[in-house]
Write a protein that binds this ligand. Sequence first.
Ligand code: 3AM
Length: 181
Amino acid sequence: MRVFVGLPLPDAASEALEALQSDLRAGRHVPPENLHLTLAFLGEVTLPDLEALHLELQQVSWSPFELRLSGLELFGGPHPRALVIEARGGKPLRHLRDKIRSAARGIGLDLPRTRFRPHVTLARFPRDMSTQDATSLGRFLAAHGDAALPAMSVAGFALYRSHLARDGARYEVLADYPATA
Ligand code: 3AM
């Protein structure tokens, strides 16, 4: 099963991001129910490992913290593959991510060492984006590049299963882990 751990967004944030997306005439928009912040991508995991991971994640102790989404960015270099809004959660966000990675390593999962650039993906683009779409994207960024949402409180993370399909992934929440303090 293909899984990852992430932060779901409060409805108000998903709605604000959906309103923002509605102005973008390029790429494939991430549907509101899929909007999330990835904390750890785990890839293919066996059922026994998934059960072990669930038990470990239940032991993670953490307190609610504030998260701010602001500033649009393109990921993927000169041929952008994703439009994201950056997330700022300071040390509490990093600590939570570290604890989740430790939990996954604790049960023997192999996690690549990658720089953490917390973000919520808003849209994805094909490798060969048309000139028209590139122009639309440029206009969108000029108008909304400094978009900022009100601070939100993070009080739970989730274990997601990713179902891949031709028309984009669908994410299923397998378990929720509320803050412990
Ligand atoms: O939407 P974001 O960027 O948060 O890009 C994938 C998505 O992240 C990422 O995991 C999230 C849920 O699919 N992802 C997919 N494959 C990945 C991989 N091989 C990956 N992240 C790292 N390595």
